[in-house]
Design a protein. Structure first.
Length: 479
C-alpha cells in the first residue's frame, strides 16, 4: 500500500507541472563558470601571492633584506620548512592560478565567433598566454626544474619535472606568439574581468614586451645572443615608458580586493615587520630622497634606523615601514616603469641597442623611480650628482652600481629584489648570526608534499640541479 501511495504521489507531481526540470535546477548557482571569471580569479590569486607579506608564502621582502622581523625571525634566517613555504607556492600558482587559466582558455576557445568577435577572442587567448608565461616563469625562478609538460593533468598525479632552461625557452616562444597575436585595434577582456589593465589591449602589448625584456635579462649571462635579440625586439615593439605605465593590480578600499600586504600589516593587527638595516643603512649612506616615502619617521624627522636583519627587533625602537604597506588601495606592482628603465640600462651595459647609453638609461631609471615615489626632478638631480651614485664614480663594476640602484628601486617587489641580487651578485647583503653568506637562498627547496606524492620524479629533478638545497642555482644564475 505504501508503494502505491508513493507512486501516486510522484505521478501527481509530474502531472501538475511541465517545468519539473526547471524546478529541479539550482537558480542561485552557475551551471558553468564563464571564462572571464576564471581569468579574473586566477589573476587575483597570482597577484595576491606576489604582493602579500604573509610569512607562509611571500618571504621575499625578507630574502631581499628590505624588511626585518620583530618577534619571529625564522624567515629572515631562511627556514622554509616550518611554515611549508614551498608547498604554499605550489598551491598558489599551480592550483589557484594556472588551473583556472587553463580552464579559462578551454572555455573561451570553445566560444563561437563571427567576424566581429574573432579578434576579441584571439586577444583574450593572447592575454591568457602572457599571464601563463608570467606564472610559469615565476615557478622556474623559484625552484628551477618543475613539472611543466605533464602538469595540470588530474589523470596524471605524478608529472615529470622538466628542465628549467627548456621551459624558459618554450615560454619565450609562447610569449612571442602572444605578442604577435595581440591586435591593439580590437578589445580583449571587459574592464570588470581584467583587474590589471582594464581591458586595454595596447597596455597588454606593452606588458608583454616588458615581461619579455625582463626574461631577456634573466638569460643574459647564460645566452647573451638570444638575450640581445629578445631585448632589442621588446624595446622596438614597445615597453613601459611613462610613470603611468606598469604591470599592476589595482586594489580597492573594500574586501576582498584590498592590497594584500595591507591585510598582513593592518588587518592582522600585528607588528611583525620593520625596515631592515641592510636597506636603511645603504639608503642613509647615499642620502636617498626616497627614505621618507619608503619608511615611517617614527623615531623623529629624518631619523632612520633599521632593525638588525636576521634577528628579533623592537618594533617601537626601529624604523617602521612606510604608508605604502598600510594603505588598502596601494597598487600590486609586478613590473614598474623604473624596472623597465633599469633593464634597458643593463642591456646597454651589455652592448645591446636599448635607445641610449648605459649611463643615460641608468640616470633615467633612478629619476623614474624617485618620481614614482613622489620625489621631484630636483631630488633626482641632487641624488645623481653624488659621487657615490653617479655612473662614472659609484663604487664597483657596472653590475655592482646598477644592481644596488635597481635593488633599491624594487623595494615593494621583494621577489624581484631577491632575483636582482641573484642575477647581479652585488655586494651589500648582511648575514644573519650563525650563518654564512652562502646560506642566503638561491632558490626555494621543493615542497615537502612532493617527496611523498611525486617522490621519484622530484628526486630526479633534485639530482639534475645539483641537489634540492637553497644553494643550488636556477640555470640563469651563473655566478
Amino acid at each position: 500500500m505504501k508503494k502505491i501511495i508513493a507512486i501516486l504521489f510522484i505521478g501527481s507531481l509530474l502531472s501538475c507541472t511541465d517545468n519539473f526540470g526547471e524546478l529541479n535546477t539550482d537558480k542561485k548557482s552557475l551551471a558553468s563558470v564563464p571564462g572571464g571569471s576564471l581569468f579574473n580569479n586566477a589573476m587575483e590569486r597570482f597577484y595576491h601571492a606576489l604582493n602579500n607579506s604573509d610569512v607562509n608564502t611571500n618571504v621575499f621582502r625578507m630574502y631581499a633584506q628590505y624588511h626585518a622581523q620583530t618577534t619571529y625571525p625564522e624567515e629572515s634566517q631562511y627556514q622554509m620548512v616550518q611554515r611549508n613555504i614551498p608547498d604554499n607556492w605550489y598551491q598558489r600558482i599551480y592550483r589557484d592560478a594556472l588551473v583556472d587559466m587553463k580552464e579559462a582558455r578551454r572555455i573561451i576557445s570553445a566560444e563561437e565567433t563571427n567576424a566581429a568577435t574573432a579578434p576579441v577572442q584571439k586577444n583574450k587567448l593572447a592575454v591568457i598566454t602572457v599571464n601563463e608565461v608570467h606564472m610559469w616563469m615565476t615557478l622556474v625562478d623559484l625552484f628551477g626544474n618543475i613539472p611543466y609538460s605533464q602538469a595540470l593533468d588530474f589523470e596524471n598525479p605524478n608529472p615529470v619535472y622538466d628542465d628549467a632552461k627548456t621551459i624558459y625557452y618554450d615560454l619565450i616562444s609562447k610569449l612571442d606568439q602572444a605578442i604577435s597575436d595581440l591586435d591593439v585595434s580590437a578589445a580583449s577582456f571587459p574592464a570588470n574581468e581584467d583587474l590589471v589593465n582594464q581591458g586595454d589591449t595596447e597596455m597588454w602589448l606593452k606588458s608583454a614586451n616588458s615581461l619579455k625584456l625582463r626574461m631577456a635579462m634573466r638569460i643574459a649571462d647564460s645566452d647573451a645572443a638570444k638575450a640581445k635579440t629578445m631585448a632589442e625586439s621588446a624595446v622596438a615593439s614597445g615597453v613601459f615608458s611613462s610613470l603611468s605605465e606598469n604591470l599592476s593590480m589595482e586594489y580597492t578600499s573594500a574586501a576582498p580586493y584590498t592590497f594584500p600586504a595591507y591585510e598582513d600589516f593592518v588587518l592582522s593587527g600585528r607588528s611583525d615587520f620593520v625596515a631592515a638595516n641592510t636597506l636603511v643603512d645603504i639608503m642613509n649612506n647615499l642620502n636617498d630622497p626616497r627614505r621618507s616615502a619608503y619608511f615611517s619617521q617614527n623615531l623623529g624627522a629624518g631619523i632612520y634606523k633599521g632593525g638588525v636583519y636576521g634577528t628579533a627587533n623592537s618594533f617601537p625602537n626601529s624604523t617602521q615601514i612606510g604608508d605604502f604597506f598600510y594603505t588598502a588601495t596601494s597598487p600590486g606592482i609586478t613590473i614598474s616603469c623604473s624596472e623597465v628603465e633599469f633593464l634597458k640600462a643593463e642591456g646597454a651595459a651589455r652592448g645591446f641597442n636599448m635607445g641610449g647609453t648605459a649611463e643615460e638609461l641608468y640616470d633615467n631609471a633612478i629619476k623614474t623611480s624617485i618620481l614614482e615615489w613622489g620625489g621631484s626632478t630636483a631630488d633626482a638631480d641632487a641624488y645623481l650628482s653624488q659621487e657615490s651614485v653617479a655612473w662614472g664614480t659609484a663604487a664597483g663594476d657596472w653590475k655592482q652600481k646598477l644592481g644596488i640602484q635597481k635593488w633599491i628601486s624594487l623595494y615593494v617587489n621583494g621577489f624581484e629584489g631577491w632575483s636582482t641580487w641573484r642575477l647581479m651578485d652585488f655586494e651589500g647583503f648582511n648575514v644573519p648570526d650563525g650563518l654564512t653568506y652562502n646560506d642566503i637562498p638561491k632558490r626555494l627547496i621543493y615542497p615537502i608534499n612532493e617527496a611523498t606524492l611525486n617522490g621519484t620524479n622530484m628526486k630526479a629533478a633534485a639530482a639534475a640541479i645539483g641537489g634540492d638545497t637553497p644553494q643550488s642555482k636556477v640555470f640563469w644564475d651563473m655566478h
